[in-house]
Unconditional design. Structure first.
Length: 142
């Protein structure tokens, strides 16, 4: 379970990077600190892009069946920065099989809150081992 959660967080960090955000803190990070709780809820990633901030969470099957998930999404999507009162974007990472369920839950939310949530499908790409590629190559020089 822990390795699956770690892999999902790594893939969500890649989505942050694709959107141009720099990671400030993350769970299971080697060099970065763990993010503090936002209210009573735990977040997986805190990032920033210039003066805009974002928080990220990953959801699994158990989280999607939790009745308090809507309250959690409402709370995290309505956060603002302390002094400038800019909205903090909420990135939600969901495994491929549960994307439709998460999309249906987010569609229930208020449109103003829904616009502040970015839902991402976490796709676990299988790595091609380099040893297979090396075996197929012909040796040019001995």
């Amino acid at each position: 379970m822990n390795t699956i959660k770690r892999r999902n967080i790594d893939l969500l960090v890649e989505e942050f990077w694709k959107q141009g955000y720099l990671t400030i803190s993350r769970k299971f990070g080697t060099y970065l600190p763990e993010p503090s709780k936002v209210g009573v809820f735990e977040v997986d990633i805190v990032a920033r892009q210039r003066k805009n901030y974002a928080i990220g969470i990953t959801l699994n099957y158990a989280d999607l069946n939790d009745p308090s998930l809507i309250d959690k999404l409402n709370y995290l999507a309505t956060r603002q920065t302390k002094y400038s009162n800019k909205r903090v974007v909420l990135f939600v990472g969901v495994p491929t099989g549960f994307y439709k369920n998460a999309k249906a839950l987010i569609d229930i939310l208020n449109p103003e809150i829904r616009n502040n949530i970015k839902l991402f499908e976490i796709i676990d790409r299988s790595m091609i081992s380099t040893s297979r590629i090396k075996k197929k190559e012909k040796v040019l020089f001995s």
